[in-house]
Write a protein that binds this ligand. Sequence first.
Ligand code: IMP
Ligand code: MG
Length: 195
Amino acid sequence: MTAQAKAPLVNIVSEKPLADDLARILLTGTEIASRVADLGSRISHDYQGKDLVLVGVLKGVIFFLSDLSREISIPHSFDLVGAQSYKSGVKSSGQVSITKDIDLELQGRDVLLVEDIYDTGGTIHLVHDMIRMYRPNSLEVCTLLYKKCKRTKTLPIKYVGFEIEDVFVVGYGLDYKEKYRSLKCIGVLHPEVYQ
Ligand code: IMP
Ligand code: MG
């Protein structure tokens, strides 16, 4: 390969660790793991004898869903639904569309909708309405993060990992422009990163 062909790579691949872009850490990987274990044991207790299906909302939920599933000791299935939330910068617009439907049969089953973060609530409301049409036996919501902010609509959330202040966060699945999802902690970016 010529030096010229290599040049653009040098510009886009940074050697800097991802975590260096964080201004502060809100939740460490250890704190998250411990809370996910608590949620898993509560869910295992509450859904004894039920036909539990976890439905995760792509793609921010993938690490939470896979860790939560492995902390649930009772038999269960999981599926994924795709939802695209339109954001300008770091603000949710509240406008959402479904990009991937459910594959599993949900009728008569006990569905637990799993989300990474409840911000405006637009995503969860839309997915909740969609799942209701499949006539599950029960439908509850579990969110890892719940932002304390003003909302026009609210939905009862049965399981909340952490209530957080109304700031934009990244890590453990959550992204800024598709980056930072792989961080084990959850934190707030340096303001320069947005500029
Ligand atoms: P909603 O506003 O509750 O519909 O949230 C929409 C989606 O925006 C969430 O599922 C996340 O994927 C994303 N989102 C909301 N707040 C944050 C944040 O603080 N960091 C990263 N993504 C976020
Ligand atoms: Mg999400």
